[in-house]
Design a protein around this ligand. Structure first.
Ligand SMILES: [Zn+2]
Length: 199
């Protein structure tokens, strides 16, 4: 929150900027964690995080096109992953840049800060990748290896179709039941206390 010279107060509640609308298409827990990351990062540094134009989920075809770059196509090698061997294809990776209020990119130390918060939230940060560090890359797949998620990169389309971008129905119902039980339990407890107080 910052007061500008004109007397108006600018208050940004949106910590994670998504100008290219990539967030709705990533796996739901990954998006949820990224929103938490951005809130914590903003609270600590006053900076925002911003998604890159192609920094969300990629189709198998898009990933294979990037993989071809520097191999069968001109350009520099930018990825070591083909097919579903990229967490981007699995909807569990985001490429993010720390930016100030004017949208200016921040130095590497800001990425490292975001990376340390991300790791505390259970994610893996691309800045730690040996030999091929990628400081703007954040992936979330606790307990899951890429070999488990993508046993065969040529099955990419089938795996791509199974990505859940919203909380699954069963999970939501279960959460609802727990919430109802907790709220109900608290209400019952209050009622019992009130009865005891009355008598
Ligand atoms: Zn990435």
């Amino acid at each position: 929150m910052a007061a500008s010279g004109g007397g108006a107060v600018r208050c940004s509640h949106v910590a994670l900027l998504d100008p290219n609308n990539v967030l709705p298409y990533v796996q739901w827990q990954t998006r949820d964690r990224a929103l938490t990351l951005a809130r914590k990062f903003q609270a600590a540094t006053g900076l925002n995080l911003r998604t890159r134009p192609k920094g969300g989920r990629r189709t198998c075809a898009q990933q294979n096109a990037i993989y071809a770059q520097g191999r069968t196509e001109p350009g520099d090698v930018v990825t070591h992953a083909s097919g579903c061997l990229s967490w981007h294809v699995l909807g569990r990776a985001l490429d993010l840049d720390p930016v100030d209020a004017s949208g200016r990119l921040q130095p590497g130390s800001a990425y490292a800060w975001a990376g340390s918060i991300w790791k505390a939230l259970g994610g893996k940060w691309g800045g730690d990748f040996p030999g091929f560090p990628d400081i703007g890359h954040f992936e979330y797949h606790p307990g899951l290896t890429i070999e488990q998620a993508c046993p065969n990169p040529t099955y990419c389309s089938a795996i791509e179709a199974s990505i859940q971008t919203t909380m699954p129905f069963g999970y939501g119902v279960w959460l609802g039941m727990v919430t109802t039980a907790l709220v109900g339990g608290a209400a019952y407890g209050s009622w019992k206390l009130w009865q005891r107080w009355r008598s």
